[in-house]
Design a protein around this ligand. Sequence first.
Ligand SMILES: Cc1cc2nc3c(=O)[nH]c(=O)nc-3n(C[C@H](O)[C@H](O)[C@H](O)COP(=O)(O)OP(=O)(O)OC[C@H]3O[C@@H](n4cnc5c(N)ncnc54)[C@H](O)[C@@H]3O)c2cc1C
Length: 399
Amino acid sequence: MAGQIYAGHSRCYDAIVVGAGIQGLFAAYQLAKRGQKTLLLEQFPLPHTRGSSQGQSRIIRSAYPQDYYILMMGEAYRLWAALEAEAGVKLYRPTPMLVLGHQENPKFQNYRQSIERHHIPSEAFTPQALAQKFSGFYPHGGEMAVSDLSAGVLYANKALQAVQDQFQRQGGTVHDGEKVLNILPGALVTVSTSQGEYQAKRLVVTAGPWTNRLLAPLGLQLPLQPLRISVCYWKAKGQGHGSHRSLEQFPCFLSAGLSGHAHDVYGLPSDEYPGLVKICYHHGSPVDPDQPDQLGHASAVPDVRILQDFVRKYLPGLEPEPAVQERCLYTNTPDEDFVLDRHPRFRNIIIGAGFSGHGFKFAPVIGKILCELSLGEEPFYNLAPFQISRFSTPSKANL
Ligand SMILES: Cc1cc2nc3c(=O)[nH]c(=O)nc-3n(C[C@H](O)[C@H](O)[C@H](O)COP(=O)(O)OP(=O)(O)OC[C@H]3O[C@@H](n4cnc5c(N)ncnc54)[C@H](O)[C@@H]3O)c2cc1C
């Protein structure tokens, strides 16, 4: 598809979506399902590994301290199942998720209370009970675990392909290898790309770490921080050390406010590298998404060292050196809540951004919300936590 010449194709659409990560794909798919003639523009040839959505695995879970995320997850699970059925592809494997924390820690308590309040199937584990059920985890004085039994592993790359296929099956058009260079607002939005010019009644911007580049000519800059995340895969120590009887049985886990950690650590059984588990720090170093290899030394986060300390302390059955190290990008907001909103001035331009390292599981619902906003509808959810106006100082040049 990259480099294709579109002579003769209509350049006028009902909707254009910029960015074919998981959020743009779902937004485009929803628009096409609603009968909108939709163009999805992606700067890189698909599939690619330079954004936030690539990889084999992502955690899906209901457990969140915030009620508004738990509410959205109810629909997200239904929509993932509907996509599986429509595409005829398995996209999810149930896998329990442990939340590890100190029983007195407010963040851990928030998880426990919201799990109870929303009747999420769950079990609580003392360190002894945890050792019996999930050997290999060693909580320390006063720490414990609570599980989310609704959780699982989403097959991320398969999901990307499935949504793209269903979008195209609905009549949607994908132009990959075609970078959006400029957006001119108006009743008909004009989008200039590396290969041409298009117009549409509505535009959805889901450009991940590149979002502010596209918003600059629209007089808007959001407090979005692209971060480089070290994606580390770990192997079990040799037979005999034996705390990990079987890494295939390894649960998903998330640390919640463990002492000594400014940010949390999470892990999941690895589909990328059989026999290894994937454990990452939920934070990273500020980076330019076009130059992910160049980090400013002053702001570099010692994420791999933090992970090594975590593995030594909590998962001593694993080798404390990552066997494989890759990278991926987050786009963080200051409060780690998403941006799902209309442009403050150009109401037919919709922005979905700032997914802060936890947006994949929500993508079917986010796509639906972005579609509804772009059609001038009011989504079912209270979108106050996701509005642009919550930022005290978004720079709104020329608004
Ligand atoms: C290591 C890692 C682990 C994660 N784990 C989880 C997890 O367990 N559970 C979970 O729910 N979430 C998780 N996430 C977060 C989740 O993956 C992201 O929130 C989600 O993928 C964000 O998708 P996106 O579509 O916004 O961004 P992206 O995937 O980055 O997509 C944006 C797209 O826009 C394109 N684009 C940008 N500018 C232009 C332009 N000018 N013209 C055309 N195209 C353009 C880009 O090329 C890119 O393809 C994780 C993320 C990482 C990195």
